[in-house]
Ligand binder design. Structure first.
Ligand code: COA
Length: 167
């Protein structure tokens, strides 16, 4: 399969925050921000994979600044790493006060998406062509996170086999 560049799939998506996105104090719900993060990352994943994809995991998510009704939420997403069937996508969310022009960093997240075949099983995808120094740095950092995720997943599997959860 021919490699695809980071530029090929990267996306910037913007949405005006409306009353239905927010709590009674006018602050946008965390879940709404998460939805926009997932959506932007999903666009990147489908573009690169050229197939259906699913969110396999979302790493830790911190909210640094509130977003208010009327703000413009912008989600910037691009690929950091491509495995055999999985992709790590980094998303940066900013909120712009359209009247003052002030832009604040709201959240950043790393998501792993997996490309699926017609039977909803993981399928191999095109490799990622890394070009710039920035892309190289992101890729190297993503390799470390991937290792951490894989070892966490195998520990969690161990626990699942021993613990019965809450009923
Ligand atoms: C994600 C999913 C396809 C993985 O299936 P699986 O049988 O565990 O797949 P495999 O073990 O063969 O792993 C396939 C790839 O996914 C990666 N992966 C699997 N689980 C992962 C996780 N929790 N976090 C990060 N990567 C994961 C593996 O590292 C592997 O990557 P690679 O092909 O690049 O080496 C499957 O668990 C699934 O369908 N989950 C539901 C997804 C969904 O519905 N999401 C929407 C929100 S609920």
């Amino acid at each position: 399969m021919k490699a695809k560049t980071v530029k090929f799939s990267r996306v910037v998506m913007a949405h005006t925050m409306l009353p239905q996105d927010a709590n009674p104090a006018g602050i946008v719900h965390g879940g709404v921000v998460m939805k926009h993060i997932d959506e932007a990352a999903g666009v990147v994943a489908v573009r690169h994979a050229g197939s259906n994809v699913v969110t396999a995991s979302i790493d830790r998510l911190d909210f640094h600044n509130p977003i208010f009704i009327g703000n413009l939420l912008t989600a910037k997403a691009c690929l950091n790493l491509v495995g055999k069937s999985s992709m790590e996508i980094g998303v940066r969310v900013e909120a712009e006060d359209l009247i003052s022009g002030q832009i604040k960093h709201t959240a950043s997240a790393y998501l792993t998406f997996v490309a699926l075949d017609k039977n909803f099983r993981p399928q191999a995808i095109a490799p990622l062509e890394i070009i710039t120094a920035e892309e190289k740095r992101r890729n190297a950092e993503a390799q470390i996170r991937r290792q951490a995720r894989l070892s966490q997943k195998s520990k969690a599997k161990d626990c699942e086999s021993r613990v019965d959860g809450c009923h």
